[in-house]
Each structure stands twice: as C-alpha cells, then as structure tokens.
Design a binder for this molecule. Structure first.
Ligand code: SAM
Length: 358
C-alpha cells in the first residue's frame, strides 16, 4: 500500500517547504497542499517508522492516515475514535492549521477556540477505559495520533513518535501563553527557541544579544536571572533597560570592544539584516581571543524570500567552521519570515547548561 507523510509549516511557507523537503528527500513526491499543510507520497525506498525529516521549514510531521470531510463535527469525531491508530496512541494532538502569518492581525500560532472545543468533545466521547490525553505535552518518544483541522469540515489524520522536543507539542507549537505582557514578540521567539534547543540559561549566566531593541528577548533572559549585555543603536524599552542586570551598549555590533564580552556564555543575535551579515557579525565575536567561555548561540536569520531556505546548508557549514559542532535550524512557530539557528560548541555545552551549578 502507498505510504504518505504529512508536514505542517507556516501559512505561506508551503511552496518553499515542498521544494526543501523534496530536495532533501528525493524519495518523496508532493501529493496534497493547502496553506500551512502538505502531504507527500513515498515513491521509492522506505523511511524508518520513527523517521527524521530534514527540513528547516517543517514545524511538525508524521505518517499520514488519510482524511475525512463532513459538515457534521460529530461524524468527524466518530472517525477519529474509529481510527485503528488510536489503540497504540499515548497522546492525541488536535489543532487547526495556521489561518494567517504569525504576529499579523492579532494571529499567533497555537490552540484556537474551535480546536479547544473539538478536543473537549473528543475527550467526552472516548469509550470508558480507553481515554488518551488530548493536547498535552507528549512524553519523549510517545506515539501521538495527529488530527489536523485543515478546514473546519476537513480533518486529516496522522501519527508520529515524539522523538524531538517540537514533536512533543501539539502541531509543533510550544504550550506557552502568547498573551504574555512583553516588550516585543521576540520574547515568544526566544521562549520557543530555548525549549526547542534544550539550552537552559541559568541565573548568573552572561548573555549578549546583538539587535536587542526594544527588548522582548532581553526581558526573558532577565526573568531567568541572567546578566545581559544588550547591543543595539536603537532605544530599548524603559522597563527592560532600567533592570540592574542589563547593560545597554547603544551602538552597532562591530563597534563593541570584544574584551567587554569576555564573560559571555550565550550569544544571541536578532538583526534585521541579511543572514550573511548576521553570521559575519557573530563570527567576529565567537572567534575573538577574549571570548573564551562561549558555549552556544541562538541566531534569528532573516528570510525575506522563503526560497532562500535552500541556502541553509551553506549557512550551517559556515557556522560549524567557527568551531560549533552541533548546529540545527528550525523555523519556529513564532518566527515570521525568518528561522532560528542554534549552535553549540559540542553536546557537553547542552549537558552543562542543564547542571545546577555548571
Ligand atoms: C528585530 S529587531 C530586534 C528585536 C529584539 N531582539 C527584541 O527582543 O525586541 C532588530 C534590531 O536589530 C538592530 N540592528 C540592526 N543592525 C544592527 C547592528 N549592526 N548592530 C546592532 N543592532 C543592529 C535594529 O536597530 C533593531 O532594533
């Protein structure tokens, strides 16, 4: 029988995502596409049951088990409860595909009222003794049954194993509250980047953010007890800038004296410039003789044209060349026309960041 996989991405990223996936996986052919939702047919060869999709733009993915269309939500719920995959599932994730670009017109990815209502209906209709948690953080490696509301009356079904942090979140969106009071959306981006990368910023860690104004990301770092060096010629949010653990260097990155960065452990960059400029800017810092304690970086790299994602492998090579052995990329759910690159000196950097007093 033909096998299919589904991929969920940002609304509008589907064309670039299709090209990226088929380039990295020549065994896949496009089957179906809607904004933010794609399926592929496995044409030749096979993929392991717990396959890893090589893609920056894929927010989440899994095996596809088909779809159902009906004007009656009751009928669609019955189809979910009849799926044979439900018997093996440890978790059920149900969500609506993104209706807009994140951060536009008040839209943020995550649970919609309709998805919440359908999830509540499903919980109510589980047969006695066969309940499965719905829309919770899946355990690592759990078998997850996916229900994607591609349209309110057209649901697609799938399953995957939660083998990566983002595969544990319903629809690949972290379970965070997007209504938090923050200086900018960068607060949400960094929250997600930390959860995805596994980096734990600990109290007393020194962080530098290049491109820090108005200050959402710095706000989150300060909440974590970090000492923050904020580099930006633009004005910072008055509350963030007055925090005693923040130093604002009101200049461009290249004007910063590198010896002022000698204690940094984590380097963040969020510049509204071309990716090559961001990488060159962080390269000057990461390779400087004074900067000896740097463990890792989280970079926001701009993609004014999403097709530029095809250059990501070259960017990864360039960052590896700076002495970072572990480099990964992901278009975060809270990213817009950009993606996140995490770079760690080695796997121990992550382990050390998790130790209490490391
Ligand atoms: C997307 S905003 C950063 C948002 C910020 N991370 C936050 O948490 O609110 C981009 C910033 O990059 C700054 N920027 C652009 N070029 C820069 C450079 N060469 N050095 C430092 N900052 C720069 C801009 O002034 C702008 O404030």
């Amino acid at each position: 029988m033909a096998k299919f996989i589904f991929v969920v991405c940002q609304n509008g990223a589907e064309s670039a995502c299709k090209r990226e996936v088929t380039r990295n996986h020549p065994e896949l052919r496009l089957a179906f596409s809607r904004p933010g939702f794609i399926t592929f047919k496995l044409n030749e060869g096979d993929l392991p049951e717990k396959f890893f999709l090589k893609s920056t733009l894929a927010r989440t993915y899994g095996w596809s088990c088909g779809s159902a269309t009906s004007p009656s939500s009751r009928e669609l719920i019955e189809r979910v409860l009849d799926l044979p995959e439900i018997a093996q599932a440890n978790q059920l994730h149900l969500w609506q595909r993104d209706g807009a670009l994140p951060g536009t017109g008040g839209f943020e990815p995550g649970m919609t009222p309709l998805a919440e209502e359908m999830a509540a209906q499903i919980r109510k209709h589980f047969p006695a003794g066969k309940q499965v948690p719905v829309n919770r953080l899946a355990q690592a490696d759990a078998a997850v049954l996916d229900v994607v509301m591609v349209e309110p009356n057209q649901w697609w079904f799938g399953f995957h194993y939660a083998t990566t942090p983002a595969q544990r979140w319903p629809g690949g969106v972290p379970l965070v509250d997007p209504r938090v009071d923050c200086a900018s959306r960068a607060y949400l981006k960094l929250q997600e980047a930390l959860l995805w990368s596994g980096i734990r910023v600990k109290p007393g860690d020194t962080c530098v953010e290049i491109g820090s104004a108005p200050g959402g990301a710095c706000q989150l770092l300060l909440e974590k007890g970090a000492r923050v060096i904020a580099v930006d010629p633009a004005e910072m949010d008055p509350v963030v800038v007055s925090h005693e653990s923040l130093t604002h260097l009101k200049c461009r990155a290249r004007e910063v004296r590198k010896r002022d960065l000698r204690d940094i452990r984590w380097l963040l960059a969020d510049l509204n410039v071309a990716p090559a400029y961001t990488i060159d800017t962080v390269a000057e810092i990461a390779t400087n003789q004074h900067v000896r304690h740097l463990r890792g970086m989280l970079l926001t790299l701009k993609l004014p044209d999403l097709e530029l994602v095809q250059q990501v492998p070259d960017m990864i090579q360039k960052v590896k060349g700076l002495g970072f052995n572990l480099v990964r990329t992901r278009q975060l759910a809270f990213n817009r026309n950009e993606f996140c690159l995490m770079a760690l000196r080695d796997q121990y950097a992550l382990r050390d960041s998790r130790r209490k007093n490391g």
